[in-house]
Design a protein around this ligand. Sequence first.
Ligand code: DMJ
Length: 609
Amino acid sequence: TRVIPSLPFSESSVFAGTLLAFEKFVFLLFLSGLVTLCFGALFFLPDSVRLKRIFLSKNENPAVTVGSDNELSKKVPGDPEHLRAGLKGGEGANVKAQEPAARDERVTSAAHNGERASAYSYEAFKKCLLKPALGKNKGTPSDSETLQRREKVKEMMKFAWDNYKRYAWGQNELRPLTRNGHIGNMFGGLRGASIVDSLDTLYIMGLMEEYEEAKEWVQNNLNLISNGEASLFEVNIRYVGGLLSAYYLTGAEIFKQKVVELGEKLLPAFNTPTGIPRGVINLGSGTSWSWGWASAGSSILAEFGTLHLEFLHLSQLSGNPLFTEKVMNIRKLLNKIEKPHGLYPNFLSPVSGNWVQHHVSIGGLGDSFYEYLIKSYLMSDKTDQEAKKMYYSAMEAIETNLVQKSPGGLTYVAEWRGGILDHKMGHLACFSGGMIGIGADDGPTEQRQHYLDLAAEITHTCHESYSPTKLGPEAFRFDAGAEATATRLSDRYYILRPEVIESYMYMWRLTHDPKYREWGWEAVEALEKHCRVDAGFSGIRDVYASTVSHDNMQQSFFLSETLKYLYLLFSDDDLLPLEDWVFNTEAHPLPVIRKTCLWRNFPWTISET
Ligand code: DMJ
């Protein structure tokens, strides 16, 4: 008991007050010490403790140091090794939910941008190219007929562009019959798909005024703050691919800035238990889900398997290895999972990491996955041995199980449904002529000529399907007497797709057989005759009908792919030489990454064996 001396009232109360204030001060001092101590202790808790994750959430996805090959897979959280290990042999049903915070990835990535943006030099990149991108003379062919044909293709591009500009500017695609724009639901509220898809085509063709308009639109109007539901695949191949190419061809910083910003918005799609992204993502909230039509909430092989090229370049430009890490994780899972007869089915569960259905196709749902394997190898300056191995093993399985000869002698690639063959080929599958062609040279020595022959045979079959209008149906069959013809009314449409022409372009470059240029010209004439309308180009509903019926849609890939491949077909080979450039699946050229040159010891080398 404390004795308080007797003092006058006022003095004693002042004294008592002082004493209380002093006690309060000591108490507060003690309290703040305690809080500091507890907070400090959080750092010593294991990462898995929830409390730590709540208070120190920014450290959940710490920046990863680029430089050491294996550092990446060890350090990036949100994709822990134990989740991958659980997927061995496709028996990973028991994996735990992965929950990296999407926002944290963006924060980490932004930090990387700041840190590393200065480390990237466009000038240094250009020195890594073996040849000038546009060739000695912009690929101008020396013979006058080819030149005239090329000029025609350029005129078609200008016509398609001018009409888009006039009637649909800023919207995604042109409806040439009704002369208005189309937004669609694939791009999650993003606009200007035809503009972004056309940037490189305009530039390559020397349509500079139009290119400048397009660039200005990207600068002032391409708004990435959108809250819509987007197809991860479509946004990646058209917007990410289009902006990347535009940047690499022109060096305009705006494209780099936009593409990195957009790439970061796609990262949350990978927040699944396996790291296999879902097909649809809300670009605002980062929420993702599977297509309603995909069986049992599965992800589609051709969608999650068609990110590799663009994501490696996103890492190059941003300095953020997360992009590479995400696609390497997909690669790792696909490499390890058991494959029926060596084949890759089209549907995979992003939760269990198991195949959902045994439908295999080199056309729709599967196609560009195979394309990205061989192109990953080529884009890595032929160092990505894992991609190479996966591609040639897949090719072997495809040849053993799917490649067929029709009674009329046409080579085709059938579809496979749990062991039963469906003797049909989609227009989409016709890209495989070109793919097998560009892969021929790096296959086993004794197979090289065989692959080149196979590529030529498939391209020939696809050309056969282009009849009688000289435009091809969406799907054609080889049963019940059919020889590369559509037997169902619903398969007879042509929506300005590029795949057959794409194969002509590659086969021309590889063989210089003049028939490919002739076939390309046939297609130009047919496009002019059947698809050109007063205000643009339109798809048609029935390639066999004598009276044409238009579908009123000028697809953005017509400008990005069909016309670009035609232009390249009638150009010299030094316009975008294949030693330096790899085309993404939307025909956007991406440069080969020479690791000795572009970027120090970049982490895809983790796949080298
Ligand atoms: C394009 O968007 C791409 O080529 C994609 O790989 C498949 N579909 C269209 C063209 O047909």
